[in-house]
Design a protein around this ligand. Sequence first.
Ligand code: FEO
Length: 401
Amino acid sequence: MKAHKIADSLFCVYADIASDELFEGIWPIPRGVSLNSYLVKGEKTALIDLIRDWSGAPRQIEEALAEAGASFESVDYLILNHLEPDHTGWLGEFRRRNPGAEIIATAKGINLVKSFYKEERGLKVVKDGDKLDLGGRELVFFETPNIHWPETMMTYDSASGTLFSCDGFGSFGALGGRVFDDEFSAEEHSFYEREGLRYYANIVSSFSAFVERGIQKLEALDIKCVAPSHGIVWRKNPRAIIERYLKYAGYSRGKTEPSIAVIWGSMYGNTKQGLDAVIRGIEAEGAPYTVNRVPDEDVSYALANAFQSRALVLAMPTYEYAMFPPMAYVLDIFRRKHIFDKTVLRIGSWGWVGGAKKEYEAAIEALRWESVPSMEWTGAPTIQELLVLEERGKELARSIR
Ligand code: FEO
């Protein structure tokens, strides 16, 4: 891995992760993720954010540091914007190799250094507006709590105007040897935008109010480069990723896209037949929609589509007197991730007796959803039922205009 120069004496050193292991133990990353750290050199040297020992990350970072004329051993300050172990899991080994470096974090962050890593030596608490003089270079710290853990902060390099935002402004997707926004094609940007939305919906969405607050707090800074700890480094158009995050935060307040997220599961095709009729209705009205089948596709993708869409179709059969279990999991995740304020059409087939309805209604109680009248049928849908389903699809499509 090479070091990517952002400005004089400032480098992005990062590791591409290719692993079957789920991110946070939950979210699939089939196209990987990057763990970005940043090296800032004055008379003293700072490393901003670390890594976990995952997919050869320590070796990758070590190679990049060497190219920039540094090493884990030469670091004077290790700045931890966020303590989640994807950025800190290797802290014990770092400390073994560098017993003298000062570890810098917020007060809550330092508590996590102690509790996660049992490290008590060389710890320094910083708070909002505190500065670190590297000798010819100054870093400033801004507490940005709950983006997305309570201890999170961001670090700003005044000389270059670079904001080190850790998880904020991040994305899934390995980088493949390039890091800067101006090094990727439009097609590649589309990929990172999709993966960025999934990352936001999966990891950050519950904390959207804090994202807005954090962005507002940093508004006065002259941000020339946004340097997150996952994904693209935005040096050409830093405003693009800030605006994108503001848009995503707005989704949490109901400022969603006029689109429909269709999420479905079917045992033997009877629910699917009904869903096809609903989709015919949606298409007849010309409404944009996405489709995710569960459990074939991980809930992570349905969550991203539902998060940004104004309306949902949930199609599931009754299974053993209750909801099709993969859809019960979808709704549980939606509740945990606060997928509020949607217009929803639920449909599905049942065999000898229903049951999905009762469980569904209990599951969505806290979600503030508005329902288009549900539609259930026995076994395979009749022609008349298919016509009703098509109308329901049209009605839902009209509701998002
Ligand atoms: Fe990338 Fe919340 O850790």
